[in-house]
Ligand binder design. Structure first.
Ligand code: DAT
Ligand code: MG
Length: 149
């Protein structure tokens, strides 16, 4: 089983799209094992976006992600990382496929609604950055055999 970190970014929360975005991910069958509304601090933002330090859009990115609350989710399931990335769509909503969150709900790169971990290493780091172990819940779903063979 794989885990991934998702953030409904400030634009998603402000636009009232958190439920829509979470619903699209939930309907895949991925299991929510952690979820919270939170204000991202400058410190957390700089750790989370460490790979982008020095890029021209970095300061704007940190300013945006700290501007208003996000909903953080930890999702678990087979191929949780790639499934989430597929449902998100490509980074720039202007070029993202119809049917994806970014393609259907966004128009601007700097307001692309959602973060999803890029790979296993990032996912492990990001899940532990946003969630304490005590905030991740292990539970059985009665529907699990109808979702995973
Ligand atoms: P993704 O969020 O699809 O994983 P990323 O990790 O490359 O994309 O970049 C993180 C965020 O930074 C992205 O969601 C939006 C912003 N961003 C990336 N490239 C950008 C660019 N060229 N101009 C403006 N913002 C950019
Ligand atoms: Mg990324």
């Amino acid at each position: 089983m794989e885990r991934t970190l998702v953030l409904v970014k400030p634009d998603g929360v402000q636009r009232g799209l958190a439920g829509e975005i979470i619903g699209r991910l939930e309907r895949t069958g991925l299991q929510i094992i952690g979820m919270k509304l939170m204000q991202v601090s400058e410190e957390l933002a700089s750790e989370h976006y460490g790979e982008h330090v020095g890029k021209p859009f970095y300061l704007g990115l940190v300013s945006f992600i700290t501007s208003s609350p996000v909903v953080a989710l930890a999702l678990e399931g087979p191929s949780a990382i790639s499934t989430t990335r597929k449902i998100m769509g490509s980074t720039n909503p202007a070029g993202a496929d119809p049917g994806t969150i970014r393609g259907d709900l966004g128009v601007d790169m700097g307001r692309n609604l959602i973060h999803g971990s890029a790979n296993e290493q990032d996912a492990a780091r990001e899940v532990s950055l946003f969630f304490d172990d005590s905030e991740l819940v292990s539970y059985q779903r009665a529907t699990q055999p109808w979702i995973v063979e």
